[in-house]
Write a protein that binds this ligand. Structure first.
Ligand SMILES: O=C(O)CCC(=O)C(=O)O
Ligand SMILES: [Fe+2]
Length: 355
């Protein structure tokens, strides 16, 4: 795959010869493969960018099942942007700091150490970069570690870092806590729509999948051309994101504008995914979001995704379908692989499941 300057650094099905972290440390300019094309979807025009603490609602999760006001706030947030900041989630600040610390320590290890956990070509799990699957692909300025945490017997522990020594223990505890929080959110979401409490959780099945993605974004000399993560919506049911404690970067589209999700140090950002948009028959939104880069600060985030059991069919909850709100989506099985197939064909999965 030759580029204009004649430097052929990438070919299909391979990972990067140099990590973005190494390019960042060496002060290399990002290669053209990282430059976002000037299309409205991926454009970096910051003129329409408004950052406001008020544009992403803050919701006290501990109040959701007792306060109708908080429940109403949840419904509004999920119906408008599909994103809110959760406080009162019951996870102590010191434990949140611990999660950030193990992530930071891991990414700070020498390359050879991290590569023990590298994913193979065609594998999604493990440590690595974007796989190059097409010539037109624009690469993201990040390195990540992607792992399945539930069902527990499907964990590939050989890909779970042993350095720092408490990484596995912390990840196990963190994912267990987030699973509980997600279960509560599914109940609250159903309650906010006056439908049976288990309407959503039942669809995820007894053994829902949970995956974690540790994202590392090194400084980038071309923040006006290169994104940390290109615009996308998550294929999950719900994503719970622990942002960096100081460095912003996550933006969501709200009312046609990119807005920055501000950093609230011990809050968790909840982003709905496509599967909840489908199950709620479009009442709840799966926000399109992206991550921008910056020139001098590295950023780390930890995203936890849940998904329905792959062989279970998901679809709009029956009681959310009526004459005023006809069925928007057909039922679908294994949305994760469907989503991937669509991505490879350059299609948007959520559009493809519309009736
Ligand atoms: O780093 C972030 O803030 C968001 C990352 C993200 O969108 C993802 O991992 O799906
Ligand atoms: Fe995402």
């Amino acid at each position: 795959m030759a580029n204009m300057a004649g430097m052929s650094v990438f070919s299909e099905g391979v990972t990067l010869p140099k990590t973005v972290q190494e390019m960042s440390i060496n002060g290399d300019e990002p290669p053209p493969e990282f430059y976002v094309k000037d299309s409205s979807f991926g454009c970096l025009d910051s003129s329409d960018l408004s950052s406001s603490v008020n544009s992403v609602p803050v919701i006290d999760v501990s109040q959701l099942l007792s306060s109708n006001d908080e429940l109403e706030k949840l419904k509004l947030a999920l119906n408008s942007s599909g994103c809110f900041q959760a406080i009162g989630h019951g996870i102590s600040s010191s434990f949140i700091d611990k999660v950030r610390e193990v992530a930071k320590t891991f990414f700070g290890l020498p390359r050879e150490e991290k590569q023990k956990y590298s994913r193979d070509v065609n594998e999604v799990e493990g440590y690595g970069h974007d796989l190059v699957v097409s010539e037109k692909q624009v690469l993201d300025w990040n390195t990540r570690l992607f792992l399945r945490v539930f069902p527990q017997h499907q964990r590939r522990l050989n890909l779970w870092p042993e350095n720092p020594h408490d990484f596995r223990e912390v990840l196990h505890e963190y994912s267990s806590k987030l699973k509980q929080m997600m279960d509560l959110l599914f109940k609250a979401m159903a309650k906010s729509l006056n439908i049976e409490e288990n309407s959503f959780s039942d669809q995820f099945g007894d053994n829902p999948v949970m995956q974690v993605r540790f994202n590392f974004y090194p400084p980038c000399s071309k923040p006006d051309k290169v994104l940390g993560v290109k615009p996308h919506s998550d294929r999950s049911g719900v994503t719970v994101l622990l942002q960096d404690e100081e460095v912003e970067g996550l933006q969501i589209i709200k009312d046609g504008k990119w807005i920055t999700v501000p950093v609230i140090p011990h809050a968790l950002v909840v982003n709905l995914g496509d599967q909840m948009q489908i199950m709620s028959n479009g009442i709840f939104k799966s926000p399109v979001h992206r991550v921008v880069t910056n020139t001098d600060k590295l950023r780390i985030s930890v995203a936890m995704f849940n998904e329905a059991e792959p062989d279970r069919e998901i679809g709009p909850v029956e009681s959310l379908i009526d004459e005023n709100r006809p069925r928007l989506y057909r039922n679908v099985k294994n949305y994760a692989s469907f989503n991937y197939e669509c991505f490879q064909k350059g299609k948007v999965a959520l559009e493809e499941v519309k009736v």
